[in-house]
Design a protein around this ligand. Sequence first.
Ligand code: ATP
Length: 435
Amino acid sequence: MEKVISLCKRRGLIFQSSEIYGGLSNTWDYGPFGVELKNNLKRAWWKSSVYERYDCFGMDSAILMHPKVWEASGHVKNFFDLKSDCLSCRKRFKTENLGDKTKCPECSGKLTESRPFNLMFKTHQGPVEDTENELFLRPETAQGMFVNFANILDSRHPKLPFGLAQIGKSFRNEITPGNFTFRTREFEQMEIEYFVNPSAAQEAYEEWVKTRYQWYIGLGISKDNLRLRVHGKEELAHYALACTDIEYKFPFGWSELEGIANRSDFDLKQHGEHSGKDLRYFDDAAKERFYPYIIEPSAGADRALLAFLVDAYCEEKVKDGTRTVLKLNKELAPVKAAVFPLLKNRPEIVELAKKIAKELKRSIVATYDDTGAIGKLYRRQDEVGTLYCVTVDVQSLEDKQVTVRDRDTMQQERVSLDRLKEYIIDKLGDNTLSI
Ligand code: ATP
């Protein structure tokens, strides 16, 4: 884990937030390569959840919502963890992590009784700070889809089953954030709400568990590091009929990447009752009106990204020592090709290399770099998982060919300039082209 965190900082993937001010703890910024990786991950999710399906629609709902949403959803009443505070050092602990300890684990001070702590961040809308104007930052994106159910029915006229998918920020005032980007207070979710006839809910749930598991495998996560964990009855939320977590074997242990739940008809019923709007679905064929069940695959973009990073991190013995490579799958790799001039003091070579990079950038994410000797440049690109390195040398000026090095095999091949783009695109496959 330490190695991955250090690589993230060194290579511009992930930085500590507000670092020059000492950092805001457990808050992270994605740098130039990190944002590309995150965008690729989110795009891969969007493609498989929206574009490649005939039954799901995309959405982007607001972070701020009517306060009644959180009453109806149960978050005001039930979205809390139990915590105990130390009266001496004032540290706060999640009660479930204290076990049978009765004193502060840090300073042995006296602990308060265990008390509920609501995890929602509160803010105020408008210039007056009173309880009337209180709003919450959403702790999940899901509610934005539930409350738009009727809008989707009226505007798109879908038949069951159909789903809504969205990616967006959520906020939880976690008592014990940590493990790098695994548990933070601001994070991004990728959620699907799949509305289904109650009689077909179990089957749809099982199908989604398979689909989502396969998504991680398809993007290169090792099967040995991924598992499904079915929740026992005692672990289920009161409205859930079933839930399965997809877990990844992080260096700190098996932990949840995504949960897939059968949420019954709880959400639409609650919002129907609290809003006074009829949120039932009318089935034309059966001539009946009912609340659909909802199957919810709910994933975290930051957690998935961390799992892909950890899984891709690799140290290999090579002739002159060890090289660190991020063996990210082609779709996820932040940069597809990097172009270097072998000699940066030769303007014709630099100019040609820049021209090649510019041309590649029209179709794929490519970069130009001349900030070091060739060995160093290769090493840097390996560390962020760049798939192909293209080197322009003296010979290139004459024979109009360049050297292309493959990240994984380190094999080098001379490729003629007029078919370079085609050569790279061919190797990448159409899943990796920038949109
Ligand atoms: P946990 O048990 O780890 O707190 P959860 O079961 O409360 O997670 P859900 O409410 O099911 O999580 O949220 C769905 C997904 O959102 C999680 O699987 C995870 O990927 C992501 N997620 C939830 N909380 C956080 C967080 N604090 N930081 C980063 N990602 C999170």
